[in-house]
Design a binder for this molecule. Sequence first.
Ligand code: SF4
Length: 341
Amino acid sequence: MSTAEKLYEKLKNVESGTSGPYSLERCRQMAPRVDEIKRLKQEKNAVILAHSYVHPEIIYGVSDFVGDSYQLSKDAKATTADVIVFVAVRFMAETAKVLNPDKEVRIPSRLSGCSLADSITAEDVRRLKAEHPGFTFVCYINTSAEVKAECDVCVTSSNVYDIVQRIPSDQIYFLPDKLMGENVQDEMKRRGVAKDIRLYDGTCYVHAEYDAERVRRLQAQHPGLKVLSHPECTRDIIEQSDFVASTSGLMDYMQADQTGSAYLLLTECGLAGRAQVDMPGKTFIGPCFECKYMKSNSLDDVRRVLVHPEPEDIIEISPDVRAGALRCIDNMFTYAEMVRD
Ligand code: SF4
């Protein structure tokens, strides 16, 4: 089978968001770029990590690893490649660089922000620490390396509830995601864990868009519909959901679910695209929103950073910041392993 045919077989069912539809003709146009990137990867001893929210032709055409922030952090830590091309947003590429100081980490997107990571600076954290003495500062992984360097423990959507529960301190300052923080407060109450959890005021502009009233209308129109959501959504959405998890957790849930239900996926459109490729027999209903930052990565950008990376495409982190951010991320791995035990 040719590259174009293989790509089309993978992508023909993608209907969510603006990435698709993928015709055989469109896949034929992409195939030379896909083949070139695969050849360049070998030449440069490079590995491509892709977040589930980026365009499907990157995930299924050229990536070596795909997943959520936690899974990709682990993949970045384990790789033996000389070059890591991180197709996602800047804070994730920074995490890969913190974990791999001797490797060159490159980011294809020139619009690689994130409304959460951009909502807070290291200076903000220093001020908040002075205002909250005795608090343990827990940061979501969606933060810059400078912000992580000022915090005690990092978390991802895969492990946030278990880690906040496990931290010995009962005074937690959680940043920057206010909506996830509210869900952490609620989950700790459900678990009978008494902690004073203070919140910063950042939000993910994609997940904040989902409207609980619209979800209720879809549930009424489609009896048996399963609502699956991400912890960056609002409290109302979480209360309305049948299952809440990271993108990897949501994929695992759908893979295991044999009820024949249709799903409403309340996260970035890319996950619905992945589910449509990996689970062709399942039914997906309803709208989804796209992240302009994640979707700003293209195959041409991936090629560009493999062939001629500009200084702005290469992640640089000072030794001091790296040491602080590494401590914060290592604490996450330590608490996550404790949770698993
Ligand atoms: S989906 Fe939201 S949290 Fe994720 S990168 Fe985009 S803006 Fe940031």
